[in-house]
Design a protein around this ligand. Structure first.
Ligand SMILES: C[S@@+](CC[C@H](N)C(=O)[O-])C[C@H]1O[C@@H](n2cnc3c(N)ncnc32)[C@H](O)[C@@H]1O
Length: 268
């Protein structure tokens, strides 16, 4: 794999742009689903990889777990710290770090979780190896990723037509493919279970979803603002048409379509 140092610096800038926390607050149901599926228990050590502004880490803490959250983007961690303080949780450990090289000990966590986060690390094999390394021998993982076919996947597809992704970097949406996930994690875990489901509504209409992503979601927001006016208008209009009447999958009842993740039976 090439050296992704520069790319990760770009990723930090992208994720810090817009207002990701507002998006995160709209998808709390994702974090809730991950934490429930991970059967997070009181007192157990839980790591949330690519925790962003803390959705999943905070929910694990609310269940009584001893929680650490790691993320590449310091601006998002600052928001996570504020949210934790507001919730009265002074004991969550927030770490600035890379999912591909976690500054954490081997086998330190009974449960490792990630909600639409781990998928964005460009060296997928390294990230998968790190998940296995930091999970304890009797531990389990619950990892969620957007699928290529789902709403976010289709939004990225449109955005990529305007700002092509860097060559040699695998698509984040490969984490939304069961076979690829099994291949990446290999024999690190005893058993794998996958579930696809729809995210509960995120906004009332496809147009509202598109507006919100253009305003707030780093990758879409950044693409929109870095294009010439005519192209950004075009991107905006096309994004707003996603999930519309001509699309076979709408946004307005259920949102963001499918997730995929391993469930607690992933015993090592
Ligand atoms: C869509 S956000 C998800 C945040 C959070 N998990 C949530 O559910 O709201 C993607 C997150 O991945 C983080 N990220 C991207 N690449 C990363 C990497 N290599 N290591 C750690 N975090 C990374 C970003 O900083 C961002 O916070």
């Amino acid at each position: 794999m090439p050296d992704f140092t520069e790319l990760k610096q770009k990723h930090r800038t992208v994720w810090a742009s817009g207002d990701y926390d507002q998006i995160a607050r709209g998808i709390q149901a994702v974090a809730d689903h991950v934490v429930r599926s991970g059967c997070i228990r009181t007192g157990e050590r839980v790591l949330d990889i690519a925790c962003g502004t803390g959705n999943t880490a905070l929910m694990a803490r609310a269940r009584g777990a001893v929680v650490a959250g790691v993320d590449l983007t310091p601006e998002l961690l600052a928001v996570a710290r504020r949210r934790a303080a507001d919730a009265g949780y002074s004991d969550i450990t927030w770490i600035e770090g890379d999912a591909e090289n976690l500054p954490l000990p081997d086998g330190g966590f009974g449960a490792v979780v990630s909600s639409c986060g781990l998928m964005f690390a460009p060296d997928q094999q390294k990230a998968a190896n790190e998940v296995a390394r930091v999970t304890s021998k009797d531990g389990r993982i619950a990892i969620q990723a957007w699928t290529r076919e789902g709403g976010v996947g289709r939004m990225f597809k449109v955005t990529n037509e305007y700002i092509p992704p860097p060559s040699g970097v695998p698509s984040p949406f490969e984490w939304g493919d069961e076979a690829k996930v099994k291949w990446l994690l290999g024999s690190a875990f005893k058993d794998y279970q996958f579930e696809r489901y729809d995210c509960p509504e995120f906004a009332d209409t496809p147009e509202q979803v598109a507006d919100s992503f253009i305003d707030r979601y780093g990758p879409t927001h950044r693409a929109y603002h870095s294009l010439k006016a005519s192209l950004s208008t075009n991107l905006f209009n096309r994004t707003r048409c996603l999930g519309g009447p001509d699309d076979d999958r709408r946004y307005d009842i259920v949102m963001m379509d499918d997730f995929i993740y391993g469930e607690p039976q992933l015993l090592q």
